[in-house]
Design a binder for this molecule. Structure first.
Ligand SMILES: [Zn+2]
Length: 593
């Protein structure tokens, strides 16, 4: 992976004042030495989002998000680290050096770039074709489907000609090597005909990755040819289980949820109607790769799969996959229409927004699905259904959620609540999984950072001490002879300790600079919280010294215990002696600042 040098990143960071960057998207008011505004990452009525010009950091006291200017841009724009650095460099008028790469990387990167530019040229070719006499029928088809010219343009829709090697010929003329055209997935090769176009007589949908690069195509045949839809096969740039159609636009949506639908046309018509949060999987079922991609942007997915049997089956498969990535799912009902495209055409976007808002909890969708082929007036079918419901409820691990769902299901399906409750308890005891539901399924809402419970207060001591170290160089100077970064517990505390020690040793512990280390790290907000925490003022010098001494002893003791318990292959006797000696030394330390 190519990367920028640390100095470059630090320069980009320091040339973008955080108050200016945040202030361009959040209305900030000055209060004391900080600025406050409404948090852009959670909804609130009073501003608990603070920005410090002095520290060059932001922190939200409401939702706990925090970091430096790079992590702000990543979070706000849904950018990757590299993209955020690039964006900020542009903003500051800096020209970034090329990211560093090894020669092999350069070579592979070169070929990859050739493939990408070949795909881009092909997209241009197809787009122009749409407006040629040959493409008239395809253009009319798109207009008949209700697409505006600007929509056709923004999605770069096109038409592949009727000849058998038109695109190949064009691309060769553009200077692309046969190897590149083949690797781009744009041709078929046969002994008889040589290289021919993979796509012909099709409306072309360029597929873009999240950086707006064309990585493949979907093509819908004009007329009755087979298959109706044809996609680019997997290539070095196109991996359909890790990309989603429309995500290049949808990722920037400010809606708290994303809509997942079945096809290209659904995405396009939703975007045209203003629902730019819609994406589709690319001619494949929803995969774990898709869930992993989506969770970068949301933990709330609304499914609008076709109301036919195939669509409902697809939704049933997507629900547990999302759940296993901590994504909640809801189902948007479109009846009496088949898909979002039809729905919006018939009833308009306001009605569609209502359906989005009324989206049904996917658990009830599952129950309805279980009911589908059963006759509820038949006692046997009814019993079977109720048992399936009980089994499914039994699979919910969170007790409160389970209890609520039991009540709701009992009311909805007119099952006696106490009977249902007992049935659920029996299934839980048997530990039977629900039918067709993987056991990864859970309906509890995962809070992003659940603090571990902390038995001896060590965790709190470590955190407090780090906050103090970050705040005051003198504390670092006094503490460093007693504590190594390794004395802090694994995780965010140790990472932050390493970063702070390193920063002080280099002379300039720029906290905002340190935060860059955490930008791509799940501990980013927690680290920011630590260095932004407010320290209760300790008044007298002797109180300060005592507090600091206590903290150091507490942290060191815990470190020694960990060392003793660690299965590190060292002689236990030797370890015990070392510990004893270290503990004795601890008794004598007196730290003052
Ligand atoms: Zn917030």
């Amino acid at each position: 992976m190519a990367f920028y040098k640390d100095e470059t990143i630090e320069e980009v960071r320091s040339r973008n004042d955080i108050v200016d960057v945040v202030g361009s998207v959040v209305k900030l008011k000055r209060s004391g030495s900080n600025y406050f505004g409404l948090c852009p990452f959670h909804s609130e009525k009073t501003g608990s989002f603070s920005v410090s010009r002095q520290k060059q950091m932001y922190y939200c006291f409401g939702c706990g998000k925090g970091g430096n200017v790079i992590s702000f841009v990543m979070e706000y724009e849904n950018y990757s680290f590299q993209e955020a650095v690039k964006y900020l460099a542009d903003r500051a008028g800096m020209k970034l050096p090329e990211p560093e790469e090894s020669p092999e990387e350069k070579k592979a990167q070169g070929f990859r770039n050739d493939v990408l530019s070949c795909l881009k040229s092909a997209a241009v070719f197809y787009y122009r074709r749409l407006y040629s006499p040959e493409g008239k029928r395809a253009y009319e088809y798109l207009k008949k489907r209700g697409l505006k010219d600007e929509t056709i343009k923004s999605f770069g829709l096109g038409f592949s000609g009727k000849g058998h090697a038109e695109a190949v010929t064009y691309l060769r003329e553009q200077g692309f090597d046969d190897k590149v055209i083949t690797a781009a997935g744009l041709c078929n090769i046969s002994e008889k005909y040589g290289m021919t176009d993979r796509f012909f007589n099709r409306v072309m949908f360029p597929i873009m990755d999240i950086n707006n690069k064309v990585i493949g195509f979907g093509g819908r045949v004009m007329g009755d040819g087979e298959p109706k839809y044809l996609n680019t096969a997997e290539t070095i740039v196109f991996d359909k289980s890790h990309n989603m159609y429309g995500l290049n636009v949808a990722r920037r949506s400010r809606k708290p949820y994303r809509i997942v639908c079945e096809g290209y046309m659904d995405v396009i018509s939703m975007h045209q109607a203003g629902f730019t949060e819609a994406v589709a999987s690319l001619g494949t079922a929803f995969t774990p790769g898709h869930a992993n991609l989506l969770r970068r942007y949301t933990s709330d997915v609304r499914l609008t799969y076709d109301s036919d049997k195939a669509g409902q089956n697809a939704a049933m498969r997507a629900i547990p996959i999302c759940a296993s990535y901590g994504i909640r799912t809801k189902i948007i009902h479109m009846d009496p229409y088949k898909d979002p495209d039809e729905f919006i055409k018939a009833l308009g976007s306001e009605e569609f927004q209502k359906r989005i808002d009324e989206a049904e909890n996917s658990l009830f969708f599952e129950f309805e699905y279980m009911k589908r082929d059963r006759d509820m007036s038949d006692p046997e079918d009814r019993t079977g259904f109720q048992n399936d419901v009980a089994k499914r409820l039994a699979a919910i691990d969170d007790e409160l959620a389970r209890d609520n769902y039991i009540g709701a299901a009992a009311a909805r399906y007119m099952i006696k609540e106490d009977i249902l409750r007992r049935a659920v308890a029996v299934y839980r005891e048997k530990n039977e999984a629900a039918p067709d539901v993987p056991d990864t399924m859970t309906y509890e809402e995962k809070s992003p950072k659940q603090k571990k419970t902390d038995g001896g207060g060590y965790d709190k001591a470590e955190r407090y001490l780090l906050t103090w170290i970050a705040d005051d160089r003198r504390v670092y100077d006094a503490v460093k002879q007693y504590l190594e970064p390794e004395d802090f517990s694994e995780g965010v505390t140790k990472e932050l300790a390493v970063a702070l020690y390193d920063g002080y040793e280099r002379g300039d512990p720029s906290l905002a600079g340190i935060m860059t280390r955490f930008a791509e790290n799940e501990n980013a907000s927690e680290a920011a919280a630590l260095v932004n925490a407010h320290l209760d003022a300790v008044e007298t010098e002797s109180d300060r010294a005592k507090a600091l001494t206590d903290l150091v002893i507490k942290v060191k003791k815990h470190a020694l215990e960990r060392m003793k318990d660690a299965d590190d292959g060292r002689d236990p006797l030797k370890k015990a002696m070392e510990e004893k000696k270290a503990l004795k030394q601890l008794k004598d330390i007196r730290i003052s600042i």
